[in-house]
Every structure is written in structure tokens, then in C-alpha cells.
Design a protein around this ligand. Sequence first.
Ligand SMILES: [Zn+2]
Length: 277
Amino acid sequence: MPDITHDTATPVSARVRRITAPNPGRMTGPGTNTYIVGEHELAVIDPGPPIDSHIDALVDICAGRLKWILVTHTHRDHSPGAVPLAERTGAELIGNIIPNDGFQDVSFNTARPLAQDDTVGNDEFTIRALLTPGHVANHVCYLVEEDRLLVTGDHMMGGSTVVIVPPAGSMKDYIESLERMLNYDVEFVAPGHGDLIAQPADEVRRLIAHRLKREDKVAEALKQLAPSSVKGLVPTVYDDVDPAMHEWAALSLHAHLLKLEAEGRAVVADELWSLQA
Ligand SMILES: [Zn+2]
């Protein structure tokens, strides 16, 4: 697997290079991955946070050839570099926008929203948009078709579980988006954080199974503890997860409960959850 690099771009496939923003952390791993597609005319996917050294590096690498800036979604570690990079390069901003739930980068704007299977590209490459709501409602993955490389933002990450924050995030949508990925011919997944993922179909099936197993634990905890608040269920449902992460786990737990509610399996009254009798 190619090394994570912060100063230079590292090839990850025939047409795609990766440079990682210097924003490492618990939620971002080694930092946000920015992908650069093409050789003569370039596309950047997820410019990341607006850190000067990172934007400078992107401007240098692109050297007057940047035509498109695409974002997978508008969380603050993925898109705020887009507007400053566009101002310095004249590239077109592409991606979808949702109302701010307190987690969105409101600086991002676009003249070009994306529908399912829209494409961006030239005679060197085709980037196909796969709408993947779940982590957040406006999430898009980008398939670089010639390289069979799928840039997945926060839809799939290397080695960690994606947080689902309702209402902009939805567990039901997330699992359905994972299932739809299996319809596409992908050799490698290029996530927003961490390294490339090989044999992505196996990993997608593993992720779906992992979420459904967690859902079983939610149903089991409700059986024992209902009526319970979301917070009251966390230690039981996430007994295998570091307590330092429980605040984030509570968000995904809420997403599981909303999925069960939508399926008629759970009910909520006064913020206390129970199994549907
Ligand atoms: Zn995100």
C-alpha cells in the first residue's frame, strides 16, 4: 500500500494521486485524504480543511491544470478547502448541499449539484457520482471508472466505523447505500481517512453484517432496559467500544433506533425507547 504523505502527492492508481491534509486526530486518522485525478486536466476530490500549507501544496501540484473540485460531503474536515482552492485556480465547484445541522461547512457553494450516475471528465478519465446518503444525506462517492477506484469520503473508512449523525445521517440509508455499492465494478476503495481498501465487495459485506449485528444488540438492550433513553442504552450496546468514544457512539445508536422505529420495531415516547409490543 502506498505511504500516507502530507507534502507530496503519492500515486494510488494509474490516474489518481493522494495527498493527506495535516489534520490528524481521533476522528480523522492520519488526516483527510485529498485525491487528484488526471494528468493534463485535473480534478481534486475533497480538498479537506482550509490549512494554508495543504492548499499551497494542491495549487503547486495542480500547476494551472485544475478544472474541477468535487466534494464527497460538506463536513468540516472535507470541504472548507474548496472555496479557497477555487479562488486561486478558477476550478469549478461540484457537490451537493444540505441545510446546516450544526456540522456542515456553510462556506461551500456549488453551481453544479449531482444526480445519481452523473459524470465529470474528459478523454483521459470519467468520474461517476454514486449518491451514498447515510453518513450524511448529501454524501457522494466518486468512481474513477478507468482505474476502478472508488473515492468514498466518510462512507467507508480504513479501519474504523463511520459515525451516523441523525437527522442528516440515516442508518437505513447508510445500509442501503452500502448494498448499492455492490452493483459497481470496484477494485480499490480510496477512503477519506486511512489507506486504500482492497477487495471492497468483501469489506462492504462485512460492514453491512457489522451494522446488523449492532442492530441486534440494540434490540436486545431494549428488551432488557426499556423504557430507556439513548444514553441509558449506550454502555450495554457498545460494551466492546472504548468509553471515550461513547459520546459519538450515542449518535450512531440514535440512528439505529430511528431505523428500528421506521421499520415498526421500536417506539419512542418522551425520549424513552421501547421495543414495539
Ligand atoms: Zn463526514
